[in-house]
Design a protein around this ligand. Structure first.
Ligand code: ADP
Ligand code: NI
Length: 219
């Protein structure tokens, strides 16, 4: 098992080494470490959790031309080619397939405890101080405005509409990031999410104060 994990880590590290800050190797590594921390409190198979965390963004629809299922198939083939047991390769692929957020009005698919842990860990990395930094890194990489008060958020009801949205980055908080706290499934992640959520609320209040000159000046 150690050999398989080490090989997967090398592949993932190489693939993500030149990605921008919202989706680089450090994101993958933080999700892995957070997922293993959640495992230490919640249980589940550490091997399955670590492999799924390492591979959860291996072929993301935002970077592979828009195919949502292709990522899971690619991961399954990779693991089989590295000698993983077919059942393990299938379980990892099943988790990779359900991790991604698909819109405010799109329910998350049911999954195993290991799937819940990896999804919670990925979402914890999308909120709080790191979540704020990642959102603006992603928006910057796509040439998006920080904010445009004339463009209201959209609560997307399909994964296609969510994926095609090209709005400004502040909207992303209302379309996804502020909604993640209530979608955490493990108790440990719910606790961590509450604190990170408060950091985002404080950030947004401050951002809007600064956007409106004078609104901050109470003297
Ligand atoms: P998931 O891990 O659920 O698939 P994504 O891959 O959609 O999430 O998002 C990964 C990172 O990119 C997150 O930090 C997220 O906030 C950021 N991101 C995704 N879409 C946008 C967007 N439209 N604007 C700003 N940041 C975004
Ligand atoms: Ni991710």
């Amino acid at each position: 098992m150690r050999a398989l994990l080490a090989e997967v880590e090398d592949r993932v590290r190489a693939k993500f080494s030149d990605q921008e800050g919202s989706h680089d190797w450090f994101h993958i590594d933080r999700v892995r470490r957070t997922a293993l921390y959640l495992q230490s409190r919640e249980g589940g198979s550490p091997e399955l959790i670590e492999l799924a965390a390492l591979l959860h963004d291996y072929s993301d629809h935002k970077y592979n031309g828009g195919d949502f299922e292709a990522g899971a198939k690619e991961v399954q083939h990779l693991l089989l080619s590295l000698g993983a047991a077919p059942n393990l390769a299938l379980q990892v692929a099943q988790i990779v397939n359900i991790v991604s957020y698909k819109g405010a009005k799109v329910a998350d698919q049911n999954t195993s405890l290991e799937g819940q842990i990896v999804r919670d860990a990925d979402r914890l990395d999308a909120i709080g101080a790191i979540g704020i930094a990642r959102a603006f890194s992603y928006g910057g990489s796509r040439g998006r405005a920080l904010y445009d008060p004339s463009v209201a958020p959209t609560l997307h009801d399909s994964k296609e509409a969510y994926a095609q949205d090209k709005g400004h980055t502040i909207n992303h908080f209302y379309e996804k990031l502020l909604l993640l706290k209530d979608r955490m499934e493990t108790t440990t992640a719910q606790r961590l999410a509450a604190q990170r959520h408060a950091v985002m609320e404080q950030f947004l209040a401050q951002f809007k104060q600064e956007w409106n000159p004078g609104s901050q000046d109470i003297s």
